[in-house]
Ligand binder design. Structure first.
Ligand SMILES: [Zn+2]
Ligand SMILES: [Zn+2]
Length: 102
């Protein structure tokens, strides 16, 4: 939710003192920041899910299968399968990926 309040418009609608208006504005800003943090946490959780190994759902998927290029498995699960669980292509190679910052 995005709240945009035009201060000049608000002044015209409500006969408020400037100080009162500033308090309202900071409350609105605080509210908006909270919403953004919530959204960020949701996004992080979604990304964690997307990065999780599709086989064990526990470890991080960091192995790219060749030749199909899918990255859906962790190192331990990757060696236990010989077909990509997404496209069913035979795996001829496995490449460990290292993400920047991890
Ligand atoms: Zn796994
Ligand atoms: Zn695949």
């Amino acid at each position: 939710m995005l709240i945009k309040i035009n201060m000049i418009q608000l002044c015209q609608i409500l006969p408020l003192e400037k100080e009162v208006l500033y308090i309202i504005m900071s409350v609105v800003l605080l509210f908006t920041v909270d919403e953004d943090i919530e959204k960020m946490e949701e996004e992080n959780a979604r990304m964690r899910d997307e990065l999780a190994c599709k086989i064990c759902l526990e470890r991080k998927a960091d192995i790219v299968f060749l030749p199909c290029g899918h990255m859906v498995s962790c190192g331990q699960c990757a060696v236990a399968i010989d077909k990509c669980p997404i496209c069913r292509k035979k795996i001829s190679g496995r490449v460990k990926t290292i993400m920047y910052g991890t």
